[in-house]
Structure formats: structure tokens, C-alpha cells
Design a protein around this ligand. Structure first.
Ligand code: HXC
Length: 272
């Protein structure tokens, strides 16, 4: 477990911070001493999340800046307001995402663009804007992208998201090398099925799908948002100072299981 103070006085920006993984990461960063800006499109949900974070982490310093990562002007405002409030930016988590299940031949151009603009373009707009600030400040920094294992396996039913996440993996590795000279580390986490998230609601909406999905996870359980939050905290902390360009999978072994597991007797129990 990382000690309180591990991220003391670091300034973190978390996109898609109103709920799910984004909110869990913001909370863990705040618990570890960071100042946190969260952003999201729905102003009401965003402010409610900020209030909730303040009540859960006594003494937390949290700023809510409403905005859409698809709009470069919103991204510029996010950066400007964070700097005005906290003076700098040390950490950016590109977590905002959009997704829905739709056969590729039925996907409209708008549907494709909506997801690609959030996931791929939004990640670049935020990385570019924050990266420029980090380079100008000369103190290094951390960018963490949230992807998915279907970035490299492909994702039948979610071609827009899979293609966009694959682009983000390429962006992670490219910027890791380009910006290493500035002391900026760029990494990614590929979470598998995590309960209590927007992805869970959209991708396994029924109990039946949920159970079938669980059978394909070797560790025999879903992840929790705090699993991602703890790994994210490690990656953006100095403990991971030599790690860059890495994509860390956190999926209970799901993507390595080629569907064979269900043909064996499954062992009971969850990991400790
Ligand atoms: C088919 C759909 C659709 C659906 C939207 N569209 N939902 N098409 N099936 N279920 C189409 C619309 O018809 C429209 O095209 C176009 O997409 C844009 O839709 P809007 O609702 O106008 O766009 P917008 O308000 O910008 O919404 C973006 C969104 C939405 C992506 C469509 O779902 C969203 O905001 N989601 C955010 C939350 C989210 O998805 N979280 C889960 C992320 S999980 P037309 O042609 O009709 O105009 C994730 C990784 C999971 O990313 C990994 C798991 C392992």
C-alpha cells in the first residue's frame, strides 16, 4: 500500500472524473496528498463528485472544471483553471471515454466519430495541452492513459472504441520516447472488466452476460475501481520513476484466456 504523502502537493488532472475509474483515481490521488482537478461533461454530476471526494478525503483539495475533451477550447480552459488554482500540473490521467455496443456495419458515421473523438482525439488534445505546460515548466510529469485489452485483441461489437484505444496505445509509446527528454513519463493501464463503471453498464448489462463474462476471467472475479486507482497511483508516483511507454494489463488474466477455461472445473474463490 502506498503511504499517505506519496503524491504530496502534486497536481493531477483526471478526465472523466465524475464517476467510475476516474473518480476512484481522483480519490486515491487526493488521499495520497495530491491536489486534484476533475473534468466531465455533466456539470451537475461533476460538482456532486467533487463534493463527495471532499467528504471522503478530509482536507482534500479538489477543483471541478466542466468540459468536453473533444473541444480543444474546453481543454485549454481545464489547463488554465488548474494552473490558476494550483499553480502547475504534474499528472494527467486521460480516462474520459465513450462506448456502446454496435455491429460495425450498422454503426453510423456520427457514432464512429463520437467515440473516436472522445477516446483518441480527446486524449491527444489533453496530452498536447498539458504536455506543453510540463515542458515549459521544466519539472517533468506523468501522463497516464486508460485503454483496454481490445486495443490489441480487437473488440467485436466495439470497433470504434477498439480502434481508438489502439491509437492511444501507439500514442502512449510515441510520446513516452518523444517526451522522455523532458522527464515526462507516459504510460497506460488496460483494465479488464471492472464492476461499478460505465463500461460495466454498457458492456454487460444483464446478469446472464455478467456471469458468462466472469467464467472467462481466470481469477474468477471482476476488478474494482480501487484496483485501478492503486495501480494508477503507483505508476504516477516516484516508485515507478524508471517506467515509461508501458501498458499494464489489469484484468484477472481475462485476455490470455482463449475461451478454454470454461471447459475445466473452475476453482472456487477470489484472489486476496
Ligand atoms: C448505436 C449509438 C448508440 C448505440 C449512440 N449512438 N449510442 N448508435 N447504438 N447504443 C450514436 C448516435 O445515434 C449518434 O449517431 C452518435 O452515436 C452520437 O450519439 P450522441 O448521443 O449524440 O453523442 P454524445 O452525446 O456525444 O455521446 C457519446 C456517446 C455516449 C459515446 C455515444 O455513449 C457517451 O457519452 N458515453 C460516455 C460514457 C461511456 O460510454 N462510458 C463507457 C466507457 S467504457 P447518429 O448517426 O444517430 O447521429 C470504455 C472501455 C471499456 O471506453 C473497456 C471494457 C473492457
Amino acid at each position: 500500500m502506498l503511504q499517505p504523502g506519496t503524491l504530496q502537493d502534486r497536481v493531477a488532472v483526471v478526465t472523466g472524473g465524475s464517476s467510475g475509474l476516474g473518480k476512484a483515481m481522483a480519490e486515491e490521488f487526493a488521499r495520497l496528498g495530491a491536489f486534484v482537478t476533475i473534468t466531465g461533461r455533466n456539470e451537475e454530476r461533476l460538482h456532486a463528485a467533487a463534493q463527495d471526494l471532499l467528504s471522503r478525503v478530509p482536507g482534500a483539495r479538489v477543483l471541478a472544471v466542466p468540459g468536453d475533451v473533444r473541444r480543444p477550447e474546453d481543454v485549454d480552459r481545464l489547463v488554465a483553471e488548474t494552473k490558476r488554482a494550483f499553480g502547475k500540473i504534474d499528472i494527467l490521467v486521460n480516462n474520459a471515454a465513450g462506448n456502446f455496443v454496435c455491429p460495425a456495419e450498422q454503426l453510423s458515421i456520427n457514432g464512429w466519430n463520437a467515440v473516436v473523438n472522445i477516446v483518441l482525439n480527446g486524449t491527444f488534445y489533453c496530452s498536447r495541452a498539458v504536455g506543453r505546460e510540463m515542458i515549459a515548466a521544466g519539472k517533468g510529469g506523468n501522463i497516464l492513459n486508460i485503454v483496454a485489452t481490445y486495443a490489441w485483441t480487437g473488440g467485436p461489437g466495439t470497433v470504434h472504441s477498439a480502434a481508438a484505444k489502439a491509437g492511444v496505445v501507439a500514442m502512449t509509446r510515441t510520446l513516452a520516447v518523444e517526451w522522455a527528454r523532458y522527464g515526462i513519463r507516459v504510460n497506460a493501464i488496460a483494465p479488464g472488466p471492472i464492476e461499478g463503471t460505465g463500461a460495466a453498464e454498457k458492456l454487460w448489462p444483464t446478469k446472464e452476460i455478467e456471469e458468462s463474462l466472469k467464467r472467462d476471467i481466470p481469477l474468477n472475479c471482476f476488478g474494482e475501481p480501487r484496483d485501478v486507482a492503486r495501480l494508477a497511483s503507483y505508476i504516477v508516483s516516484d516508485y515507478a520513476r524508471f517506467m515509461t511507454g508501458e501498458v499494464v494489463t489489469l484484468d484477472g488474466g481475462e485476455w490470455l484466456n482463449k475461451g478454454f477455461l470454461k471447459h475445466f472445473e473452475t476453482a472456487p474463490g477470489s484472489p486476496s
